[in-house]
Design a protein around this ligand. Structure first.
Ligand SMILES: C[S@@+](CC[C@H](N)C(=O)[O-])C[C@H]1O[C@@H](n2cnc3c(N)ncnc32)[C@H](O)[C@@H]1O
Length: 261
């Protein structure tokens, strides 16, 4: 069951959300009809969902380092892989949307903030096998599991960046010319979300796509999403409740869409 605040925000989202006929921007209409609502099946879906299925039965425990800001920060505790797969990875519906977004926009450089076991990373990687994909994870034992998962799927074109995003993100950013696609799923608090967003903005361009996860997960994330929408460099946003899409297309009117998904 959804926690009360999430359920209340979901109700408001449902009241605000448009369906296809309510979208007047040609760019967003096309994106909504052909990418967001696309119902076709892809070979990658089955491969990655089979992997997720096997992780959900792995009862082996690994030492997990907590990267939160609270009193547990830096603490290690053992967690079962099945538990991590169940609680951290994006559900198939949203991970597959990320695959379609990458397949549609064909970004050359992708930053994936928060690898966990690599489920969503694998979708991003399969969306464009030519892309340079950098996936960031703080916990070394989780990163090691993700590496094994990438090998199982035969995915070799991504680079794992292991360490606290507070240290690794800006450094890695210096190594790339520009950033075409970013998935923010690393630290669901206001301050780091806004800080990572600002850092990534330094390499964005007119056709970059940023995807922010868990917009209504907490009051802090809700505040971060409101500020991202109002940010002077942001031109269009699409609120799909669990994830938000951010565009920087100055040739299109500045608009914010809430779409049913
Ligand atoms: C919600 S999970 C990511 C799930 C993944 N995107 C998926 O859908 O399969 C968030 C991950 O980010 C990592 N993380 C959180 N804060 C971090 C930080 N400051 N630096 C590096 N990694 C961090 C956590 O260890 C965790 O594995």
């Amino acid at each position: 069951m959804l926690p009360f605040h999430l359920a209340a925000n979901y109700l408001l989202y449902r009241l605000r959300a448009f369906k296809l006929h309510g979208v007047h921007s040609p760019f967003v209409f096309d994106l909504y009809q052909n990418v967001i609502l696309h119902e076709g099946d892809y070979y990658a879906y089955q491969l990655i969902e089979d992997l997720r299925g096997s992780l959900l039965f792995k009862d082996r425990a690994i030492p997990v380092t907590d990267f939160g800001a609270g009193p547990k920060a830096g603490l290690k505790k053992n967690r079962k892989i099945s538990y991590i797969a169940r609680t951290s990875a994006k559900p198939a519906k949203y991970a597959q949307l990320l695959f379609r977004l990458v397949a549609h926009f064909q970004p050359n450089t992708i930053f994936d903030l928060g690898t966990s076991l690599g489920i969503t990373t694998s979708y991003l990687a399969m969306g464009n096998k030519q892309a340079k994909l950098y996936t960031f994870e703080g916990c070394p034992s989780i990163a090691a599991e993700a590496k094994a998962n990438f090998e199982k799927l035969g995915l070799q074109h991504m680079q794992q960046v292991i360490g606290n995003l507070d240290d690794t993100l800006a450094l890695q950013l210096q190594q790339v010319e520009r950033l075409d696609f970013v998935f923010f799923d690393g630290n669901h608090r206001y301050e780091p979300t806004m800080r990572y967003f600002e850092v990534c903005l330094s390499k964005h361009h007119e056709h970059s796509v940023f995807v922010v996860d868990d917009l209504y997960w907490s009051a802090e994330m809700k505040q971060a999403w409101q500020e991202i929408k109002q940010h002077p460099q942001v031109c269009q946003t699409v609120d799909l409740f669990y994830i938000g899409l951010v565009f920087f297309r100055k040739t299109q009117p500045k608009e914010h869409f809430t779409l049913l998904y």
